[in-house]
Design a protein around this ligand. Structure first.
Ligand code: SAM
Ligand code: SF4
Length: 335
């Protein structure tokens, strides 16, 4: 038996998030600048290399894979990759294969995702207002995403809506979004905006709506019950007594969630980030390519990287300064 991946703070690493492309068909204002320069395609890991990477991590005890980006569903041929991961679900080595998407391509791909063994997906959606949606995503169109969500539900996928809490933008939709998710039986998670990458003229402090405040506003209308269950991830959950729905809060800024972190992130060029909020990373592409017949160099590089996983991030909006800011975009590491 191989020894599982355990980091220096005794956290078992069982969850890998994989960014399969840095490209996207949207330009959300908190995520990208309007004129992004993307990586040359030749820099990307091929789909076969992504398979080999993920298969090696699964061999080392990773049980959950989340495919993200950029927009994962705009990567050409990505369904072949999902299909290739099905064998690990069938063998039982992989417990969950999932993705985070902006929903634009779901109408096309939902049935294929289900066929590949995906059961639950996260769809990012910050507003239910068509005009505001076009403003925040710059290039996105709300009806296309809503059709995608419908197609995904019809195909049998369970959906979680991820909403980035944005001051002055979706504060007024707190209840309408909550009620929509309750009505449609979709899970809901709110996320605090994080200081990732240069986004042009937008100001992070202007965008930041602390979830403590959001939660207090929810409590004016609903009875909130804190739930104990944690997923090893950053979300904390409450249940609304009136609707029975569960709502997650991802609060990197107001709470530190690192103590139970079980995840690492692989970029589309094969860098492994041990923490979303730190710059340290390890190159896995060179060891992957070093030996076509054996994954031994790759396994050694993965173990060496996990041994460097830091205790936590340093994001901080204190005193109107954006501290701990990362130079890379969320679309690079995969949100
Ligand atoms: N394109 C897909 C999507 O939008 O779901 C997957 C990649 S996107 C980078 C993943 C998640 O990161 C989305 O929910 C998005 O809203 C979130 N995100 C992007 N930039 C962020 C930021 N600066 N702070 C907080 N969340 C961010
Ligand atoms: Fe694209 Fe997702 Fe970033 Fe929006 S949040 S620009 S959809 S990668």
């Amino acid at each position: 038996m191989t020894t599982p991946l355990i980091d220096p703070f005794a956290r078992p690493i069982s969850y890998l998030r994989v960014s399969v492309t840095d490209r996207c068909d949207f330009r959300c204002v908190y995520c990208m600048s309007e004129n992004m320069t993307f990586l040359p395609k030749k820099e990307l890991l091929t789909l076969e290399e992504l398979d080999r990477m993920c298969t090696t991590f699964i061999g080392l005890g990773v049980e959950k894979l989340r495919i993200t980006g950029g927009e994962p569903l705009v990567r050409r041929g990505i369904m072949a990759f999902f299909q290739s991961m099905t064998r690990h679900l069938e063998s039982g080595a992989l417990k969950e294969l999932t993705l985070t998407t902006n929903g634009s391509q779901l109408a096309k791909f939902a049935p294929d995702l289900v066929a590949a063994g995906v059961k639950r997906i996260n769809v990012s959606l910050d507003t239910l207002d068509e005009k505001k949606f076009a403003d925040i995503t710059r290039w996105g169109r709300l009806p296309q995403v809503l059709q995608g969500i419908d197609a995904a539900r019809n195909a049998g996928l369970r959906i979680k809506i991820n909403v980035v809490a944005l001051k002055g933008f979706n504060e007024d939709e707190l209840f309408s979004i909550t009620e929509w998710c309750a009505r449609e039986d979709m899970d809901l998670t709110f996320i605090e905006v994080m200081p990732m990458g240069d986004i042009g003229n937008e100001d992070r402090i202007d965008q930041y709506w602390p979830l403590e405040d959001l939660r207090a506003r929810l409590a004016e209308r609903y009875t909130l019950k804190d739930l104990d269950h944690r997923t090893g991830g950053p979300a904390r959950y409450v249940e609304l007594a009136e609707t029975g729905q569960q709502i997650g809060f991802i609060t990197p800024l107001t709470h530190n969630f690192c103590e139970s972190c079980n995840r690492v992130r692989l970029t589309c060029t094969g860098e492994l980030f041990m923490c979303l909020g730190q710059e340290d990373n390890a190159d896995l592409r060179a060891p992957l390519r070093a030996d076509q017949d054996s994954t031994a160099p790759l396994e050694a590089a993965i173990r060496a990287a996990i041994a460097l996983k830091p205790k936590g991030h340093d994001f901080d909006y204190d005193r109107q300064n954006v501290g701990g800011k990362m130079t890379r975009h969320m679309s690079h590491t995969g949100g």
